[in-house]
Every structure is written in C-alpha cells, then in structure tokens.
Design a protein around this ligand. Structure first.
Ligand SMILES: O=C(O)CCC(=O)C(=O)O
Ligand SMILES: [Fe+2]
Length: 337
C-alpha cells in the first residue's frame, strides 16, 4: 500500500493469528508482516484463529447480562472506586479529551471495570500508587461463578495480548521479546458494557468518537452491531460482529511509542438497533511505572522523535481524571493537596 493509501479503507480486514501459536518462526513472521500493514494503514483488524473459545467469550457475556439486570441498588454497591474498579452508572463518562470530536454529551452506556488484581497489602497499594487495589466483585450468591468466569477470561485474553506484543515487536523490526519487559506487571482493564437502544439525537452516542488510551484493545461484541471506525476520508466504516473474532485496535500509547508509525484510529458506538447491546473490550497496557519513549526502529535516521518520553502512569491518569465524572472532585482535590 502506498503512503497515500494510509487511512484509506472501506472495510476492516481479518487476520488469522493461528501462526502465532504454531511454534514456528516462519509462521510468526508471516502473521507479523501482515499485521504491520494493518496497524500502519488502518489501526483496526479482526483477530481470528486465536486460542480463546467461544464458550469462554459467551460465558462473560452471560455474566455481564446478569450483572446489568440486577437492581440499581445492587449494582451501586460496587460503585467505581478511586482505583477505577467497579460499576460506572449510566451516562457516567464524557470523553472530553477526545481528539476527534467536540464531545459534550455523556456516553449512553453503563459499565463495570475489572483491572489487574492487586492485593490490599501489596507494596504498590501501601505506597499509595494510583489505580492499584483489589477488584470489586458481585456477591457470589447473587451471581454464582461470576468472579471465576471473569478471571479465567482475563487470563486467556492476557495470553493472547502477549502473543500480539510479540507480533507487534517483530512487525516494528525488533526481536519478538523486546517489548516483554514493559508488560511484566501489565495494566489491564476488562470493561463490560451495556448499551440500551438510544434515541437519534445530534451528538448523542453509546460511545462518542474517541481513540483508546493504551497499547492494544481486544474487543468481543454481541450480534447487535453499532461499532464504527473512521477512515481518512472521514467516513464511518461499520465494524460488524464476526463470530469467533476479536476486534483489535491500536491505542494512543502504541501510536506514540511507534512515533506514529501505527495509527490509533477513532471509533464510536451508536446503538439504534432497538435491542440492548453488550460488549467486552479488554485493554492491555504497559506497567504503570514504565517510561514510554519512541522505539528507535520507528525514528528515521537523523530525525527527532515526535513525542517526549512519558511515564505511562502520568499519561493514563490525565485521561482518566478528565473523562470520568466521578473523578472530577478527586482529581481536583489531589491537585491542590
Ligand atoms: O463497545 C464497543 O464496541 C466499543 C467500546 C469502546 O470503544 C471502548 O470502550 O473504548
Ligand atoms: Fe474504544
């Protein structure tokens, strides 16, 4: 594809990643080469041939449906906490940091976040580091098996994400394991989302146009549809559900890390299907303590990197504090203390 064709897509490609599981270097290289083109030109793809079973994806969706069907007072017992773990009520975020649209109306969704599990007595918690702490789980008697289902899925998605880290490293021209250390203690988010059907209203979205903050996102969606991805011409291209695939996209920190060789592409959700929509994005990001600095293979000889190095923690916290209503008070208090 020529440089001019960058961003010029009319559908999202499907990549079979089974080569990453084959234990054969040539197969891995082949996947990485195709992946490179997609990440450079589109920033989105469907991942097929991964190791996660349909049953495990659907088990999470069933738990998600059961959770959102609980009465509000039950859900609010898990109200999102200072560590960004728990239930975010309907219309609880407005993506004001969006670089792709002036967003003023809150997202028409409710959601619950599970991050990497950190014990209450972990040194990072005791040191007061941000976003470190235990997850909040629904009562086992209300939703039997919930925690085990989620934890199993997070483990499987993390394993897939680590395969993708290898493929990405190769595609960028580095050894397969050269980015591994950044993910020794990854920052992960599994977000279960519920989008009621929404009215047609200017500027109102299930998820307003945005780019993701992190490294990569791997999303499973139900059969309702409504996810759209913006191409260079400004057209919104549908990313309809395809059975047994995940929609994968580049986040801002990978785009920045790659000196904008890879693109963090805007996307949005509009659910006017008349049905309830459920989705489950998994965000796989570096350890909070890592400094993210342009990868040398992505900076042309003699050129300066486009971005200054940034601590992943600082980068992430700025976005979270701005976009989530419940944090406004907390962030303001922290800034003045
Ligand atoms: O629900 C979806 O399909 C997409 C959600 C999304 O873009 C996000 O949570 O960042
Ligand atoms: Fe997103």
């Amino acid at each position: 594809m020529s440089a001019d064709a960058r961003g010029d897509f009319s559908q999202i490609p499907i990549l079979d990643v089974s080569g990453l599981y084959a234990g054969d270097d040539a197969a891995v290289l082949k996947v990485a080469e195709t992946l490179r083109g997609y990440l450079e030109n589109i920033g989105f793809l469907y991942v097929a041939g991964h190791g996660v079973s349909r049953a495990d994806v659907e088990a999470v969706r069933s738990m998600s449906k059961a959770f959102f069907a609980l009465p509000d007072e039950e859900k609010l017992k898990l109200k999102i906490d200072k560590n960004f773990r728990g239930f975010l009520p309907f219309a609880g975020s407005t993506i004001v940091t969006s670089s792709v649209a002036k967003v003023s109306k809150p997202n028409q969704s409710e959601s619950i976040f599970f991050m990497h599990e950190v014990a209450a007595d972990d040194p990072d918690v005791l040191a007061g580091k941000p976003l470190q702490g235990p997850n909040q789980w629904p009562d086992e008697t209300a939703l039997p098996g919930f925690r085990a289902t989620i934890e199993r899925y997070v483990e499987e998605m993390s394993a897939l994400a680590r395969k993708m880290v290898h493929a990405i490293s190769i595609s960028i021209g580095m050894p397969a394991d050269s980015m591994d250390r950044y993910f020794d203690k990854p920052t992960t988010f599994l977000r279960l989302l519920h989008y009621p059907t929404q009215p047609a209203e200017e500027g109102l979205f299930g998820s307003a146009p945005h780019t993701d903050y992190g490294y990569i996102t791997l999303l499973a969606q139900d059969d309702v549809g409504g996810l759209e991805v913006k191409n260079k011409a400004g057209e919104w291209i549908a990313a309809p559900p395809i059975p047994d695939t995940f929609v994968m996209n580049v986040g801002d920190i990978l785009a920045r890390w790659s000196n904008d060789r890879f693109v963090s592409t805007p996307h949005r959700v509009i659910n006017r299907s008349g049905r309830e929509r459920y989705s489950q994005p998994f965000f796989f990001d570096p350890s909070m303590d890592e400094m993210i600095e342009a990868l040398p293979t992505c900076v042309p000889a003699g050129a300066e990197p486009k971005y200054a190095p940034v601590l992943y923690r600082d980068y992430l916290m700025e976005r979270i504090d701005k976009n989530y209503h419940y944090r406004k008070g907390a962030a303001a208090a922290a800034a003045t203390s």
